[in-house]
Design a protein around this ligand. Structure first.
Ligand SMILES: NC(=O)c1ccc[n+]([C@@H]2O[C@H](COP(=O)([O-])OP(=O)(O)OC[C@H]3O[C@@H](n4cnc5c(N)ncnc54)[C@H](OP(=O)(O)O)[C@@H]3O)[C@@H](O)[C@H]2O)c1
Length: 302
């Protein structure tokens, strides 16, 4: 696991006492800082909707474990799941157990039930599936019963049973409601859809997140795979070479990650080569404001 400021503080280590390798990790430019806690996480995480819903199929479980192994090999970071994602939580738990790396990820999941009273039990079941002792982040999925679940999550955080608290939405839905909650509650994270074809969050939520010091997770960075499929064979803009983006998937991710309001992107994949390609996109240069405009103009011209 990436050694973070919080881990250092909780373990009682002082910065001055750290070995040089740890200091390098703490200043790694590919890591993003969560403003509310100072914890650092790699910019490219891993989603799990559909991709890891593989049931008990041994071949698909092995393939999913290989994807997670490659993700960890490339620096690891946030893996995001939900009780809504079929067997994905079991698949992640299986992989982390096989790899002996349960403590190596920024474990991120959600609570998703219409009953506040059922939240703690669901969270307990989720923890058992992952096989972790606590989550780095729990989010209220799609704002379902958000008042009640936020009470639970803030209590867990205060008791040291949870690292961070967040809420999610997607597809540009319920942004006004999310905005109100961001203004009223001390959230660490929001998760929302942001990609080259869906930039609604640029208007209000991303600026507000910056202002309030709330970290943003961009979900559906590939519009559930539709963007790379649609753009396959289309010419890349000239700026792609300047940024070291070899293909559209990497440029799409660099675009998402270059918005100053975005903290982490969580593309999902079933393929080892894609997880490696996506991780590479988080390294090296990201587009500046002029380059972002060039990417948008080129995309709109296709
Ligand atoms: N409300 C919510 O809380 C909410 C809603 C939506 C999503 N999410 C989270 O966000 C995650 C990401 O969203 P998503 O899964 O909907 O869609 P996505 O990440 O935008 O797209 C996933 C698709 O992109 C393809 N892909 C991945 N890397 C690629 C690459 N390098 N080149 C070409 N294709 C690539 C994958 O196919 P291959 O398998 O072939 O690589 C997969 O079909 C979810 O898994 C979930 O964790 C949360």
């Amino acid at each position: 696991m990436t050694l973070t400021r919080r881990h250092l503080i909780t373990s009682g280590l002082a910065f001055a006492a750290l070995p040089a390798t740890t200091l390098n990790a703490a200043t790694d430019p590919t890591l993003r800082t969560i403003p509310s806690t100072g914890v650092k996480v790699p910019a490219v995480g891993l989603g799990s909707w559909i991709t890891f819903n593989v049931g008990n199929d041994p071949e698909l479980l092995r393939a999913s474990t290989e994807v997670i192994a490659a993700f960890l090999d490339e620096g690891g970071g946030m893996i995001d799941s939900s009780p809504m994602y079929g067997s994905s939580q079991d698949t992640i738990g299986h992989a982390l157990e096989q790899l002996g790396r349960r403590d190596a990820v920024f474990a991120t999941d959600k609570v998703w039930t219409g009953s506040m009273a059922d939240g703690p039990e669901q969270i307990g079941a989720t923890r058992d599936k992952w096989g972790v002792t606590r989550f780095e982040l729990l989010q209220v999925h799609n704002l379902v019963e958000w008042r009640g679940h936020l009470d639970t999550l803030f209590e867990m955080k205060a008791a040291g049973q949870l690292g961070h608290v967040g809420i999610t939405t997607s597809h540009g839905r319920r942004h006004r409601e999310m905005e109100r909650i961001m203004k009223d509650y001390p959230l660490d994270f929001v998760q929302l859809t942001y990609n080259l074809a869906n930039r609604d969050a640029e208007a209000r939520l991303l600026p507000l997140a910056r202002e309030k010091g709330i970290s943003v997770i961009a979900n559906r960075p590939f519009e559930r795979g539709a963007l790379p499929r649609r753009l396959e064979g289309a010419p890349l803009p000239g700026v792609a070479a300047e940024l070291g983006a070899d293909n559209w998937a990497q440029l799409l991710l660099k675009f998402v990650l270059s918005h100053p309001g975005v903290t982490i992107a969580i593309p999902a994949t079933t393929r080892v080569e894609h997880v490696r390609e996506n991780k590479v996109a988080g390294r090296g240069p990201l587009p500046d404001a002029a380059q972002r405009r060039e990417i948008v103009a080129h995309f709109q011209s296709l």
